[in-house]
Ligand binder design. Structure first.
Ligand SMILES: [Fe+2]
Length: 275
């Protein structure tokens, strides 16, 4: 793929690319947006360094990919921006997200993606790891792909709720265990047409139609498989890094290895029903 307006440096073969020669604080022409969308489809996670963007710029960026969603469970960045969450940790609180997952796969329509902007990062640590679920799917044997073809799984937020309870967080309305959502184990990406593994250890509870032993064993196999470093890359945040990940074909892991202050802004882009 050649680009005329932006520079695209892949982080690994399967996933991740740094995009440069773009200033997201100002307007961009259509050609540049087309190329950013192409890079997003090709690399699943795109990141821009040294961006000095306002909250409005951040929301405008997310809107180029879909409709920002108001999150149920996270604190707001500021009252006048209901779709912008604040992720802040002074290094003394438990890190949420240090398990491979896609965000809110328990929703009937899980997020399309997440645009995260780093304001303050710890001196070391606090990286986010991202893994390509296209690569995880493609690496399965043909026989396993046949087994998974057409199979569905139930996703809910039981584990998240238990986690919050364990951490002493008062469970509010938005955190109650919702009805599970049933999604295909292998979903088809609506833009690229590629197949991606769509089960994760945070939200996926069981495989429909299998007994508990079979379901637990097959899910455990898939959860182990998808963690292979071959499918992943590790993003070192800097102040001013804006990252967009495609939640439809990527899982991520927030490394809980840091001490010190971390402050991020997060905008979720709404998605559609997996198929
Ligand atoms: Fe997450």
């Amino acid at each position: 793929m050649t680009y005329e307006t932006i520079n695209v440096s892949p982080a690994t073969t399967h996933i991740g690319a740094e995009i440069s020669n773009v200033d997201l604080s100002g307007p961009l022409d259509n050609k540049t947006w087309d190329e950013i969308h192409q890079a997003f489809a090709a690399h699943s996670v795109i990141y821009f360094r040294d961006q000095s963007i306002s909250v409005d710029d951040h929301i405008a960026f997310a809107e180029k990919f879909g409709k920002p969603e108001e999150p149920k469970k996270l604190p707001k960045y500021s009252p006048q921006y209901p779709t912008v969450s604040l992720i802040e940790n002074d290094g003394t609180k438990a890190v949420v997200g240090n398990r491979w997952h896609s965000d809110n796969s328990d929703y009937r329509e899980p997020p399309l993606g997440v645009a995260m902007y780093a304001e303050v990062v710890p001196e070391t640590g606090g990286d986010t790891l991202f893994a390509s679920m296209y690569a995880a799917h493609d690496a399965l044997s043909d026989r396993m792909k046949d087994i998974l073809d057409g199979a569905t799984a139930l996703h809910d937020n039981t584990n998240v709720q238990n986690y919050y309870k364990g951490a002493g967080v008062i469970v509010q309305d938005g955190m109650a265990v919702d009805e599970p959502s049933e999604h295909p184990i292998v979903r088809t990406h609506p833009v690229t047409g590629r197949k991606a593994l769509f089960v994760n250890a945070v939200y996926t509870q069981s495989i429909v139609g299998l007994n508990k032993n079979e379901s637990d064993a097959l899910l455990a196999l898939l959860f182990t498989h998808l963690q292979a470093p071959d499918f992943a890359f590790r993003l070192r945040w800097q102040p001013g890094t804006l990252t967009l990940w495609d939640n439809r074909c990527v899982q991520h892991y927030a490394s809980a290895d840091y001490l010190g202050h971390r402050r991020m802004r997060r905008v979720v882009v709404g998605g559609d029903r997996p198929y």
